[in-house]
Design a protein around this ligand. Structure first.
Ligand code: PRP
Ligand code: ADE
Length: 176
């Protein structure tokens, strides 16, 4: 079985969470499967190598899970993008909307150096607002959003279209 087939079988659909009408893609069963976790990290690490990435930027909260593992695997830094008010040092901020609400994201102002090649990672691409906010924060610090990686893409929400103006290199392991 391919990593995509294995991941597809491990995702649990939770209807009406966190709001009526949303089918939530629960990845916690994936986290309980260490051999699948390793294959997934391998898959993302390959995408990072293809683009000569210097830094992994992971998006709160589920983007931290694999983002940190990918960075550790490659021996490169991990930088968190967090929801407003969570990062302790000076930040730059960007407000955006998502599938079930709105939010504002922040990054530490000294987290990236100008010109650094960044891979933006999250568990899931829905409307693309969150990943685009991360790309805008990366660009505000003068770094380069070289690619985007996700475990899951909800293709029908067309988040990809939002990200394309930042970079066309957008990779998801499974798409619905
Ligand atoms: O493409 P978008 O429409 O912006 O949506 C995708 C975002 O939504 C989810 O996070 P959520 O807001 O549930 O936060 P959490 O990871 O902290 O639970 C998901 O993990 C992405 O970060
Ligand atoms: N349907 C969904 N499942 C999990 N995370 C999400 N983030 C936005 N939409 C989501």
């Amino acid at each position: 079985m391919t990593v995509s087939e294995k991941l597809n079988q491990s995702i649990r659909d939770i209807p009406d969470f966190p709001k009526p009408g949303i089918i939530f893609k629960d990845i916690t069963p994936v986290l309980s499967n260490p051999s699948l976790v390793k294959e997934i990290v391998d898959w993302f690490a390959e995408k990072a190598k293809e683009q000569d990435i210097d830094v992994i930027v992971g998006v709160e909260s589920r983007g931290f899970l694999f983002g940190m593992l990918i960075a550790e695997r490659l021996g490169i830094p991990f930088v968190p993008v967090r929801k407003e008010g969570k990062l302790p040092y000076k930040t730059v901020k960007h407000a955006y909307s998502l599938e079930y609400g709105s939010a504002s994201m922040e990054i530490h102002e000294d987290a990236l150096k100008p010109g650094q090649r960044v891979m933006i990672h999250d568990d899931l691409l829905a409307t693309g607002g969150t990943a685009e906010a991360a790309a805008i924060l990366v660009e505000k610090l003068g770094a380069v959003a070289c690619n985007f990686t996700f475990l899951i893409e909800l293709g029908f929400l067309e988040g990809r279209l939002k990200l394309k103006s930042h970079n066309e290199s957008i990779h998801s392991i499974v798409s619905f």
